[in-house]
Ligand binder design. Structure first.
Ligand code: 5GP
Ligand code: ZN
Length: 120
């Protein structure tokens, strides 16, 4: 169970990080948390989220760039631990046109098979 900075009590991912809603955790450190997507779109589908409530990548800027860099630096560790030696894809949906459904910044890690040539 972890504390979330700028915590939004209505936010699904804040609640998952805090252990109020169960998830299958694959990685955690002081700044980020990673768990399996409930509706996987590839054999490996992981969500990596900051332990700070940030609505989306549209909110990344000078004041939280170090946190964003920290999350990016965790992605290869998670992919390696999952055995994604053939490659993997990072996706972060921002806003309605991208179909963002949970308004807490998250990076999808997708892999475990040859992924679609199309990204959209
Ligand atoms: P988005 O569409 O916002 O980019 O991604 C949200 C992701 O959260 C979706 O892939 C969806 O399957 C996943 N998701 C939604 N609710 C839950 C949940 O309760 N638990 C987990 N582990 N994933 C969830
Ligand atoms: Zn949140």
């Amino acid at each position: 169970m972890s504390e979330v900075k700028n915590h939004d009590p209505e936010c699904l991912f804040c609640r998952i990080i805090q252990g109020e809603i169960p998830s299958t955790k694959v990685y955690e450190d002081e700044l980020c948390f990673a768990f399996r997507d409930i509706a996987p779109q590839a054999p490996t589908h992981i969500l990596v989220v900051p332990k700070t409530h940030i609505a989306s990548a549209a909110e990344i800027g000078a004041d939280n760039a170090a946190l964003a860099a920290h999350i990016l630096s965790a992605l290869p560790k998670i992919a390696a631990a999952e055995g994604l030696t053939g490659g993997w894809r990072i996706v972060s949906n921002v806003g309605d046109d991208a179909g963002q459904t949970v308004k807490h910044l998250h990076f999808h890690i997708l892999g475990g098979e040859r992924l679609s040539d199309r990204m959209a």
